[in-house]
Design a protein around this ligand. Structure first.
Ligand SMILES: [Zn+2]
Length: 73
């Protein structure tokens, strides 16, 4: 089951595709410092770097964001 109940504003499929295209490039390098500004982005990065292991900065940043953020929409 995918998480469709996350408290995020509605967004079109086309807009999501554009975001993901940008994120794919922006978060491609495991060792690069990155910034994450939404849960949707954090989930994307977590999926993209799921198999990287504990040294992956992208995964670490996304994990920190998704666990540290509670009610920010
Ligand atoms: Zn990685």
């Amino acid at each position: 089951m995918s998480d469709l109940s996350a408290p995020e504003p509605p967004i079109s499929r086309a807009a999501i595709d554009r975001y993901e295209e940008h994120w794919r490039v922006a978060h491609a390098d495991c060792a690069a410092d990155s910034s994450i500004s939404s849960l949707r982005q954090a989930r994307f990065v977590l999926t993209q770097h799921n198999d990287c292991g504990p040294r992956c900065l992208q995964h670490l940043t996304a994990t920190a964001y998704s666990t540290g953020l509670i009610e920010d929409i």
